[in-house]
Design a protein around this ligand. Structure first.
Ligand code: THU
Length: 131
């Protein structure tokens, strides 16, 4: 199994942990860090709605809070058999911790996925080096 296949399985597994009593829309994510570790996340909703956090940010914040400095890839799965793309807030959070060679693995199902780069997902972006 190559690393992309591993991330896809991890994202699909993590999706099972999604806490989504309000939207019932489950998302799973798996991040690969530059150091080679994998961190997973699922979306976690809240009765007060706004504290809801996306699967992508859960995975990224787990990585960063564990001491990781840079992320290399993220695999994302929402509803099976459609592509779910990261929201604008998550794109900006990814921008903070990635380099130009970052890859988004957008999963349709276990066998079908597309790989997009940062410039395709977040063109004309603003990041730490722009301050
Ligand atoms: N959601 C994610 O977790 N990631 C995305 O990329 C899109 C949206 C979540 C937030 C909320 O729990 C539910 O999906 C519906 O918006």
């Amino acid at each position: 199994m190559n690393i992309n296949e591993k991330l896809i399985l991890e994202a699909i597994n993590s999706r099972n942990n999604a806490y989504t009593p309000y939207s019932n829309f489950k998302v799973g994510a798996a991040v690969l860090t530059k150091s080679g570790n994998i961190y997973t996340g699922c979306n976690i909703e809240n009765a007060s709605y706004t504290p809801t956090v996306c699967a992508e940010r859960v995975a990224i914040f787990k990585a960063i809070s564990s001491g990781e400095k840079k992320i290399k890839k993220i695999a994302i799965v929402g509803k099976f058999d459609t592509y779910t793309y990261p929201c604008g807030v998550c794109r900006q959070v990814i921008r903070e911790f990635c380099d130009d060679d970052f890859e988004f693995i957008i999963i349709k199902n276990e066998k079908e996925y597309k790989i997009l780069n940062l410039n395709e997902i977040l063109p004309y972006s603003f990041g730490p080096e722009d301050l």
